[in-house]
Write a protein that binds this ligand. Structure first.
Ligand code: SF4
Length: 231
């Protein structure tokens, strides 16, 4: 996770600290690349907190981290980026660095955005994927949904259809676990049968890969997802 450990947003399900982030360190991308080289990774997932305080929302740091990794090692790079407030220059800056996967999590269904993700906008997420595919149709896109925060399976399926409509290639579906009593309440445990049903429906919709299960998170088996999707 780059760009510090303090987020400028405050999603109701997230355990990351929020507030005023520390000053951005421009040497961080090179250090990340060194770490990837030392660990001899085949696939690196780079993510960050939201940095609404930076003029480019942190896009340069993502782009430079991709460039540094690719310069030092043979390793595919997946970026799990914030929404950059939908800023097209930021999206383009990251895509121009040629990540192997452009991932942005939808997180929940539109009805729950205000409660769960007050700084985000569902329509903006869909716009971001449309923009990304227009700018770089060859770069696969990926998104994820957390289940158990009050949504219904029908609403999840509707979000999956929306994501397919903007040509998202890979989707992850996992169970919400409440980090503390000050986070949004757990509404339900989704059963293994329901996760299987969602995976099958997703594959029928045309996703190249659906990772669906209680333990699934955005980077869960990320390398296997890449291989399964034929990326
Ligand atoms: S934007 Fe991301 S890191 Fe920040 S609070 Fe929301 S989920 Fe957590």
């Amino acid at each position: 996770m780059i760009l510090g450990d303090v987020c400028t947003r405050n999603c109701a399900y997230c355990a990351v600290a929020h507030g005023r982030p520390p000053k951005f360190d421009p040497a961080e991308p090179e250090r990340v690349a060194q770490a990837v080289a030392e660990m001899q990774l085949q696939h690196a997932v780079i993510t960050s907190v939201d940095r609404d305080d930076l003029p480019d929302f942190g896009a340069w740091a993502f782009a430079e981290t991709i460039r540094q990794i690719k310069q030092h090692v043979t390793c595919s790079v997946e970026v799990l980026v914030p929404d950059f407030q939908g800023n097209e220059d930021s999206i383009r800056a990251v895509l121009d660095a040629s990540p192997d996967i452009y991932n942005h999590n939808t997180e929940t269904v539109p009805r729950l955005y205000k409660r769960c993700r007050p700084g985000g906008r569902y329509e903006r997420v869909m716009r971001i994927f449309t923009t990304a595919k227009q700018m770089a149709p060859h770069i696969p896109t990926k998104s994820g949904i957390i289940l158990g925060m009050g949504e219904t399976n029908e609403e999840v399926l509707a979000v999956m259809r929306d994501l397919r409509a903007v040509d998202v290639d890979i989707i992850t579906l996992g169970q919400y676990l409440r980090p503390s009593s000050s986070h949004i309440r757990l509404d339900r445990y989704v059963t293994p049968d329901e996760f299987r049903m969602l995976r099958d429906e997703g594959m029928a919709m045309g996703f190249r890969h659906v990772e669906s299960g209680p333990l699934v998170r955005s980077s869960y088996h990320a390398w296997e997802q890449v291989q399964s999707a034929g990326v």
